[in-house]
Write a protein of this length. Sequence first.
Length: 481
Amino acid sequence: MRLSEVLPADVHLPPGAKDVSVSGITAASAAVGPGAIFAGLPGAKADGATYAPEAIERGAVAVIVGRNKNVRVPEGVALIEVDNPRAVLAKIAAKLAGRQPECAVAVTGTSGKTSVADFTRQIFTALGHNAASVGTIGIVKPSGAIYGSLTTPDPVTLHATLAALADEGVTHLAFEASSHGLDQHRLDGVKLTAAAFTNLGRDHMDYHPTIEDYLRAKLRLFTELLEPGQPAVINSDGAYADEVAAAAKARGLRVMIVGTRGDALKRTSLSRDGFRQIIGVRSDGKSYDVELPLVGAYQVENALVAAGLAIATGEDTGRVLQTLRELKGVPGRLEIIGERNGALAIVDYAHKPEALAAALDACRPFATGRLISVFGCGGDRDKGKRPIMGRISIERADVTIVTDDNPRSEVPSAIRKEILSGAPGAREIGDRAEAIATAVAMMHPGDVVLVAGKGHETGQIIGDRIIPFSDHDEVRKALAG
């Protein structure tokens, strides 16, 4: 394609610039090849615009930078100065990739994104569509799963992934929209059919200065990326639901509320049948009894949001709700690892205050004995949440064991000390394998052990190394021992 064909409508070739053929676009100067567009993006440590000379040397035919960057280019190379180079990069990546699944839905929120995206994929699949999901656990598609992706990949990777999925015959896609991805315009250029909001709590305070900034980033999905008239599914039982609904209505979106205050899907009752839950749902004047083979009230919220997304794309309500009885939990999300002597061991990804509280609350109804909590906090991340999570565990669990998570560059004992400042009476066992083994050894009939924080992860980050480690494996080993 020619340069003029891939530029967004509000961006024009500068006077005198050649309209050349382009081979691709990248924000990494080292990845530039002949015919590429180089996007010099502002960064936390360096400004990508300073790498323009290297990109030109490697064959870049155009350079996109922010305004007033004092970048000089030789004759024959187009210098394109814009207000937001990140947004322009994403839109050009979309144009160059060209193909996307015909139906794409996105979900944002602090907790539940991964489950909602995967549940939506499962619903679409059960309804006969070739469906895929993209998010924290990776890419899951009809031909299998590729694990280990970022929540929202960079725009070039994301749009190349969408094109590849479309080429494989995927027609329906569900993906997570992280606050980082939204704030950095990684999703700009994706043609959305619908979007959803789960909830908002404390997270990523090392990136967003305030909770208001965090919310503002999430709201971009509804205030800028969805077009007026498109559906926005909102969980009425999630924090900040009213604020998101108001913003969606102001944009002119078709707001669909699900949950206990729902208008599209109203939850009228909830009961437990063993490890299954029975949800009473009312929609369009009809009542449904919906089976959900998962534990935890927040999984009910996630399932209804996923159902709402499927319905928002035009699927039949009754058929969608019927598929929920076959849903499978996402790896590391309230995942039952095993039982022993009438006691239960569960692994969950909860690594934020609200998520830990929700996971403990979800486990409590199944604990006729004690609820035993094992968790830690990651290093080089929001320090303010550490004592908060310690207090949550002490208040909601009967036994709390504070251990290491991913300490990264921090001193593990210092992280544990900060957690323990909010958790008087908690046990401290730094070695995570030992902490898990200790908790499992404590299990009596009726007890539930919740190991929280790492979920599906298969490594522990210590310093600059990733040590093989799996909560699943350690729990299974302890149960067998």
